[in-house]
Design a protein around this ligand. Sequence first.
Ligand code: UDX
Length: 440
Amino acid sequence: MNVTVFGTGYVGLVQGAVLADVGHQVVCVDVDAAKVERLSKGEIPIYEPGLEPLVKENHAAGRLRFTTDAAEGVKHGQVQFIAVGTPPDEDGSADLKYVLAVAETIAQHMERDQVIINKSTVPVGTADKVRDKVDHVLEARGRKDLRFDVVSNPEFLKEGSAVGDCQRPDRIIIGTASRVSEDMLRELYAPFSRQQDKMIVMDVRSAELTKYAANCMLATKISFMNEMANLAERLGADIEKVRQGIGSDPRIGYHFIYPGVGYGGSCFPKDVQALIRTAGDIDFDAKVLKAVEARNEEQKTTLFQKIDKHYQGNLAGKTFAIWGLAFKPNTDDMREAPSRVLMEALWEAGAKVQAFDPEAMEEAQRIYGNRDDLSLCGTKEATLRGADALVIVTEWQSFRAPDFEQMKQQLAEPLIFDGRNMFEPKRMAVKGFTYYSVGR
Ligand code: UDX
C-alpha cells in the first residue's frame, strides 16, 4: 500500500519505518529541510534502539523516502497519516495548529478520495475539526466531488522500546464509522495482526478518548504508588514490600506501580493536563486527574527535600553527583524530566552538580549550556570525584551494580539519595552507606 506520513518525530518516524519494513511504500513529509536531509542520509535525530538500522535498510531498499514536498507526499499516499506534535499551549490544552496545518495541506493537494489517519495525541473532537478544515479547503478549491474520511488511530509506543511496541502492538485502535476506511486500515495493519486480531474498531470520539484514558490510567497508578510511598515512609513501612504485596493481585498487576521521583516525558504530564483542560471546557471537574497531577508535581521535589533536610538547609557550596538525566532509561529525552526539577532546586540553593547520563549528555548541554555550577562528566565514576553525595534520578541498567568501595573513596562521605530504589537499604547499611530511598 502507498502510505504518506506527515511529521518525522518519534511517532511518525517509527510508524513510517515499521510500515516500510513490512513492505508498504512509505513517504515521510516534514517541513524541516535539515531534518529531511539528515534522515535521507540515514542519520536519526533521536536516540531510539533499533530505529537507525530500520530506517537505513528500508531507505536503501527504496521503501522509505523523506521529503519536504507536501504535494508529492499527498499524491503518493492512499492513506495520509498525521503524526505531528501537539505541544501544550499556555493553559495546558493541546495546541492543534500543526495538526490543522497538515489537514489543510492534504486538502490543498488531494486529487483522489483519501483516508486521513490521525496518529497525534489530540483532544476528543479533533477529528471533527480536521474534517471541517478539509471540507472547507475542498469547497474553496471547488472539489467537493472528492471524498475523504478522518480516522483516529492513536499510538501507544513507549520511548526506548518504540520500534518493538510498534511492530508488536497490544492493540490497534481504529476510530471510524466508515467501512471503506476500516477495510483500508485492516489491510494496512494486517502484518501486525496475524497471530490474533489486534484491531479494536470503534467510533472516532471513543478512539480519541481511549488514548488519553490509557495514559491517564498509567499516570494514576504511578501517582497512587507515590502517595503510598509517602505514607509508607511516615508509617515505618517499606513500599517495595507493599508493591510486591499488591502487584501479586492480578487485578492490580506489577506494571507501573514503581514509586519514584514522579513521571516525566512527553506524554503523561501533557496528556493528564490536556484531559483536565478538556473536562474543564465542558464544566466537568476532573477531580482524580487533578490529584494525579498535583501528587506528581510534589513528587518531583521529594529528592531535593530529602537532601535539603539531611543538610538542614545548608546546601550552598555543596557538590552533588547525579546519575541519570533522561526522564527514564533507554532514551535521551529530558522533557519534563524530574532531574531538571532537582538540578534547578540544587542550583537555586547554591549547590553544584556533576552529572552523567548514558545517552542524555548532549541534550543536557543543549538545555543548560555552559554554566559554572554544572559539570557534565564522561562517566558515572567521574561524577563522584570531590562530590559530597550521590543522587540517583534515572534507573539505567548500568547503575545497578556500581563499585561501592570506589564510591566510598571518592565521595566526601558515603551518602546516597536514591530516587528509584535501586538498592536494598539493609545491604547499603552493611556497606557503611547512609542511604535514602523512596517510601522505605
Ligand atoms: C508513555 C506510555 O507508556 C505510552 O503508551 C504512550 O504512548 C506514551 O507515554 P513514555 O512516556 O515513553 O510512554 O514512558 P513510560 O515508560 O510510560 O514512562 C513514563 C514515566 O513514568 C517515566 O517518567 C517513568 O519513570 C515513570 N514511571 C513508570 C514510574 O515512575 N513508575 C512506574 O512504575 C512506571
